[in-house]
Ligand binder design. Structure first.
Ligand code: NCD
Length: 302
């Protein structure tokens, strides 16, 4: 086994071998979650802080459940109503939590690099639960874990990522993860929603949905992340849906459809795709708990 993982700030932290180890741990924890007790006493006595400075439903609850299923204690921190509003710095806040006995912290922040910053300054493992438009490593891990369970492996599969790639942290984590697991990535978006530098990376980029989806084993749809847009990158939201909304007629029978959530039905996904047999969106959520258990255990267990 490679050197022990110290933080999970980005997919760059993970070697191919460590990713396979996380998937294997997730398989074991997935089995635990199928038992009536759904718990294992792997992290009893450990305390995990959830520092969420940006809104979240799935990711926050998923980490909380993952920690609790491992027997750890969880403390949750919300920026609203905290001393940050009185001018306290992020690092001071984190150090105060540490002084109360945190063993690891999971952080989400709208500013790129926040998790790196904390990992650099805190003596405990830091997990990035999303930093601005940068990375969201556990989302890419749980998406690929879902595909791995479905297809029995990842090598040689093609995943098309469709939507607002420019403002997505999920997309970059996938771009970094794919070569480490043998997944092929295609990107599909209007030109203004692709980061310009990505044209030089060698990934196939499509501006039309049909050819981007044809022959791909899986499709990951991203919402328009309007909260991160300073100016609208497209002239008309209606036209976006007309040309980039994934509808049942775009999907092929054996394809898998993924979405990290939250979904804006009727914008990036047509409501009729709910009936498509390849929808694995709720499986992603289920697998997310097992994958986050694997990450917490890899960082704190043993
Ligand atoms: C994603 C995120 O926050 O980056 N969602 C998630 O974690 N489940 C994607 C999004 O917000 O669109």
């Amino acid at each position: 086994m490679a050197e022990r993982l110290r933080h999970l700030v980005g997919i760059r932290d993970l070697e191919a071998e460590a990713i396979q180890h996380l998937y294997a741990l997730a398989d074991q924890f997935y089995e635990v979650l199928q038992q009536p007790t759904r718990k294992v006493a792997a992290l009893v006595g450990r305390t995990i802080g959830l520092l969420f400075f940006e809104s979240s439903s799935r990711t926050r609850i998923s980490f909380e459940l993952a920690a609790k299923r491992l027997g750890a204690d969880v403390v949750s921190f919300s920026a609203a109503g905290s001393s940050l509003e009185k001018g306290e710095s992020l690092l001071d806040t984190a150090k105060n939590l540490l002084a109360m006995g945190l063993d690891a912290c999971v952080v989400r922040h709208s500013v790129v690099g926040t998790a790196h910053f904390l990992a650099h300054h805190l003596p405990i493992p830091v997990i990035n639960a999303g930093d601005g438009t940068h990375e969201h490593p556990t989302q890419a891990l749980l998406d690929t874990y879902t595909l791995r369970r479905h297809f029995g492996g990842l090598a040689g599969l093609t995943l098309t990522i469709v939507g607002d790639i420019l403002h997505s942290r999920v997309a970059l984590s996938h771009l970094l993860l794919a070569p480490k697991v043998g997944l092929r990535i295609r990107l599909c978006a209007p030109p203004s929603l692709i980061p310009p530098l990505w044209y030089g990376l060698g990934y196939p980029i499509y501006h039309r949905l049909a050819p981007a989806l044809r022959g791909a084993e899986a499709v990951l749809v991203l919402r328009l992340q309007r909260e991160r847009m300073k100016v609208a990158p497209i002239a008309s939201w209606q036209e976006y849906s007309r040309f980039y909304q994934v509808r049942p007629e775009h999907l092929q029978p054996n394809q898998v459809l993924l979405h990290p959530g939250p979904i804006n039905w009727g914008v990036e996904l047509h409501p009729a795709v709910k009936d498509f047999s390849g929808v694995q969106i709720l499986s992603q959520v289920t697998h997310g708990v097992a994958v986050r258990m694997a990450v917490l255990y890899a960082l704190l267990g043993g």
